[in-house]
Every structure is written in structure tokens, then in C-alpha cells.
Design a protein around this ligand. Structure first.
Ligand code: NDP
Length: 456
């Protein structure tokens, strides 16, 4: 049977674009890609990139205040969203253009249309066109998921933040994950009054608890009104704003309410049923270690598979798919020891196991340090950083590294190499310090803060 294409990619985000480009150039395949919204996907258009630019924007107040402490005649005024936002949009337009060029320059035919699978080899576009392909790759990502409560439709998600004409005066952010915590810090830094409700006992559940305790305290210190063990039970529109009734019974008015209550795989209306593709309990496409679905011609990568929902992981999955299918080199994407950063203020960089997880593998030594870094101490700030290494008593390997500090994302990228290589505590110790930097503490922690007995 002859097909219109060797590969049809559905979704023009990080994973889909990488796979399309590599399949076309290195795999010498005939490739098409359909994207219904904007090329670049969540990461570029309404995620990592605009979020990080907002993180930069929100940090200047403290930086200018610190500059004054260093002798500069510096004073900061109010943050002007109307100045910032058009530039943000321009930057996203530029990046979207780059993604388009990447596809064009690599001979990937692109369609600005929604695509739906009709069967194991056929894709139908919203333009009415139908194409066949030897392989189909689904890389459609995820979308915000909002709880089913009274008045939920009055609230926004992180998607809408990037479209705001003006900043609200006050906002309630619901959730305690990556998105909720990052936006709480960003918006607080921009001068918005931020309240955050998290239903559990500590934000960033699943991360190292000592680290999240530290972040939570720092966020409160900076002015986020964080309410733990609290959730929204209903939202009502009033002339004065959105009236929120909390599960505790407290009633408060906010200009905006934002749900950051998780993301769900974007699988509805994709034709998965027609194609016979198996879907899991959370709506995710079920794939094997090679990103192949139960239908041999259909693969899926990125958030739609709900494995590790991070851009660089989707990119790796896309590349591994191309190696497997177009290079005859079966390759499993490596999901072990993936470092990540949460762009709270202070930032959080983490790789490997939490203390709680590590203890399930055997006895562990826990090394911690907390101190006021030189630059902000000089400026008179109380801000502290926190660093933690978790070491296996038996193998001496560093099982986890957690850093809460300005620039922690940059630090963890490098510490992640050592941890991934299986470095021992003694390897860290014999690495000479770089002085004077915060990260030198990672190689100068001499005695364990505690030894935790294995729980296994
Ligand atoms: P997360 O899964 O990280 O967090 C969801 C939060 O919402 C949790 O605190 C969860 O609580 C809470 N929640 C879920 N359902 C409800 C509900 N019905 N009522 C109240 N609270 C609820 O999702 P995010 O949306 O923050 O982020 C999605 C994914 O995007 C992340 O997992 C991450 O992979 C990725 N991401 C990565 C970033 C980065 O790398 N810096 C930045 C932003 C996103 P509970 O803990 O109790 O379940």
C-alpha cells in the first residue's frame, strides 16, 4: 500500500516538531504536521517561555531595591503590564515564526488545521482534506483541568493569564502544584495581591518535603497569602468582584480566580476510538517503552501520554521515536533521574529521590545546609537558600539533590549530570569548590545532618 506520507504528526508542540524535523532530515521521510492553534505548543505559547519571561519581569522590584543597598541611586515604580504584554506577545510571535521556519526548512509540510484520526493510517483535517500515512504520531499535549464546582466557569486558567489586557488587583490561585506556585510568586512580584488555596497540608506534593516546607515559608514571607488545607466550594459573580466561598466557610472577594488544578491529556475528539487506540484512566494514550500504542502504526509522545510532563522529556521522546521507527534503532526514552526546576521565588531545582523515597531503598545520610547568600545579605535581606543531598549509606551514591535558591534551575542542570552519572558523596567531596558562589556548598557539606534508617 502506498501512503501520502511516511509520517503524519498531530500537534506542533515541542515533541511533535522535534519528531517531524528529525524524521524528515535524518530519517529522509515524507512528513506532514497539523497544528490547530499556534506552532510551539504549550511550552512556547502558553507555558514555559512566557512564564519564564514573567518570572524575569516580576523579579526586578527586589533587584532594584537591592541595587539601592549597593549604593545605586535606584528606585522602582509600579509594574506596567501594558508596557510588558505587547513585547511578550511579539516575542511569542517571533518564536512561533522560528518553529514554522524549522518545519519549512526541513521539508515538513504543515497544515494549520485540527486533525482527527479516522483509522490506523488515515487522518482527516478540519479543512476537509484526508491523508494517509504509514505512521501517525500523536503529540497533542494537555489542557488545564478545572474542578466541577459551582461558578467554575467564572474562573480562568494559566492559558488566559497570557491574554490579560490588565493585571487584576487581587487574585485567588487554586492548587499547590508547579503552575499554582509559580504564578503565585510571579503575580505577587508584579504587585498583585495573591491568595493561594491548597487543599493538602503542604504545596508541591511529591517533592522533597523539607524543601517544600522551605519554599512555602519563603513564599509566605514574600507576601503570598497561602492557605493550606483550604479549597474553593463555590464562586459567584458580584458587582464588587468574584465572591469565593471556601471549604472552611470563609467568603472573600477577588478580582480573578485562577485554577491551577492540574492538566489532562488532550485526547477528546482525536478519533482515538475510530483508530482503536487504547486510552488510560486519566484519558492518556497508553504507550509502551518505545512510545508505541496498541495500534502498531500509531505512536504518541509528550504530555498526551502522561509520563513525565516536561518539555525536554517530550523532545527526547520525539527523538527516540524517530530513532526507533526511521533509523531501525529501537530506543527507549530515558525517564530516569530527570532534573527539573520550579520557578517559584526562591527557585527550586531538584533531581533524584526525595528523602522520603530514598529511605524506602535503605539507610540514607541526609546533608543539608541553609544560609543567607552573600549578595542579598549585603543588601539587608533575610532571604535564605537551602541545599540538600541524600546519600545511600550502602553505595555512597547521591540519590537526590534539592536546591532552593536563586538560580537553582541553572545549578540543578549541572548537579543533574553528576547524579545521572552515579556520583558518590566522595565524588562531590573531592570536587574543589568554586568560590565565592552559593553552589560551593554542594561540595563542602562534611557531616550528615542526620542518618535516616531505611523503611524497606
Ligand atoms: P500539578 O499536577 O503539578 O498540580 C495540580 C495541583 O492542583 C495539585 O496541587 C493538586 O492537589 C491540585 N488539585 C487537583 N485537583 C484539585 C481539585 N479538584 N481541587 C483543588 N485542588 C486540586 O499540575 P499543574 O497544573 O501545576 O502543572 C501541570 C504539569 O505541568 C506539571 O505536572 C508539570 O509537569 C508541568 N509544568 C512544569 C513546569 C516546570 O517544569 N517548571 C511549570 C509548569 C507546569 P494535590 O496535590 O492534592 O493532588
Amino acid at each position: 500500500m502506498t501512503f501520502d506520507y511516511d509520517l503524519f504528526v498531530i500537534g506542533g508542540g515541542s515533541g511533535g516538531v522535534r519528531a517531524a524535523r528529525l524524521a524528515s532530515t535524518e530519517g529522509k521521510a515524507r512528513v506532514a504536521l497539523a497544528e490547530e492553534y499556534r506552532l510551539g505548543g504549550t511550552c512556547v505559547i502558553r507555558g514555559c517561555v512566557p512564564k519564564k519571561l514573567m518570572v524575569f519581569a516580576s523579579a526586578f522590584k527586589d533587584q532594584v531595591e537591592d541595587a539601592a543597598s549597593y549604593g545605586w541611586d535606584a528606585k522602582i515604580g509600579a509594574f506596567n503590564w501594558q508596557e510588558f504584554h505587547p513585547k511578550l506577545r511579539q516575542e511569542l510571535d517571533r518564536l512561533e515564526g522560528i518553529y514554522g521556519n524549522i518545519l519549512d526548512n526541513n521539508n515538513v509540510e504543515r497544515f494549520h488545521a485540527r486533525a482527527e484520526m479516522v483509522d490506523a493510517h488515515t487522518v482527516k483535517l478540519s479543512t476537509g482534506e484526508t491523508f494517509t500515512a504509514k505512521h501517525i504520531l500523536v503529540a497533542v499535549g494537555g489542557r488545564p483541568s478545572v474542578p466541577d464546582i459551582e461558578g467554575a466557569e467564572l474562573a480562568i486558567t494559566s492559558n488566559e493569564v497570557f491574554l490579560w489586557d490588565a493585571l487584576p488587583k487581587s487574585i485567588l490561585i487554586v492548587g499547590g502544584g508547579f503552575i499554582a506556585c509559580e504564578f503565585a510568586c510571579i503575580l505577587q512580584g508584579m504587585g498583585v495581591e495573591v491568595t493561594q488555596f491548597y487543599r493538602g497540608e503542604q504545596i508541591l506534593r511529591g517533592f522533597d518535603r523539607e524543601s517544600t516546607d522551605f519554599i512555602s515559608a519563603a513564599m509566605v514571607e514574600k507576601g503570598v497569602n497561602l492557605k493550606l488545607g483550604e479549597n474553593v466550594s463555590k464562586i459567584k459573580e458580584t458587582e464588587a468582584g468574584l465572591q469565593v466561598t471556601a471549604t472552611s466557610g470563609e467568603v472573600t472577594l477577588f478580582d480573578q480566580v485562577m485554577f491551577a488544578t492540574g492538566r489532562a491529556p488532550n485526547t477528546s475528539g482525536l478519533g482515538l476510538e475510530a483508530a482503536g487506540v487504547e486510552v488510560g484512566s486519566k484519558g492518556e494514550i497508553v504507550v509502551d517503552d518505545y512510545s508505541q500504542t496498541n495500534i502498531p502504526s500509531i505512536y504518541a509522545v509528550g504530555d498526551v501520554t502522561n509520563r513525565i510532563n516536561l518539555t525536554p522529556v517530550a523532545i527526547r521522546e520525539g527523538a527516540a521515536f524517530v530513532d526507533t521507527v526511521f533509523h531501525g534503532n529501537p530506543t527507549k526514552p530515558d525517564h530516569d533521574l530527570v532534573a527539573s526546576a520550579v520557578f517559584t521565588q526562591p527557585e527550586f531545582g531538584t533531581v533524584g529521590m526525595t528523602e522520603e523515597e530514598a529511605a524506602t531503598t535503605g539507610d540514607v545520610e541526609v546533608y543539608t545546609t541553609s544560609f543567607r547568600p552573600m549578595n542579598t545579605l549585603f543588601a539587608g535581606r533575610e532571604d535564605k537558600v537551602f541545599m540538600k543531598l541524600i546519600v545511600s549509606v550502602e553505595t555512597r551514591k547521591v540519590l537526590g539533590c534539592h536546591i532552593v535558591a536563586p538560580g537553582a534551575g541553572e545549578m540543578i542542570q549541572l548537579a543533574g549530570i553528576a547524579v545521572k552519572m552515579g556520583a558518590t558523596k566522595e565524588d562531590f567531596d573531592r570536587t574543589c569548590a568554586v568560590h565565592p558562589v552559593m553552589a560551593e556548598e554542594l561540595v563542602t557539606m562534611k557531616s550528615p545532618t542526620r542518618v535516616v534508617k531505611g523503611t524497606s
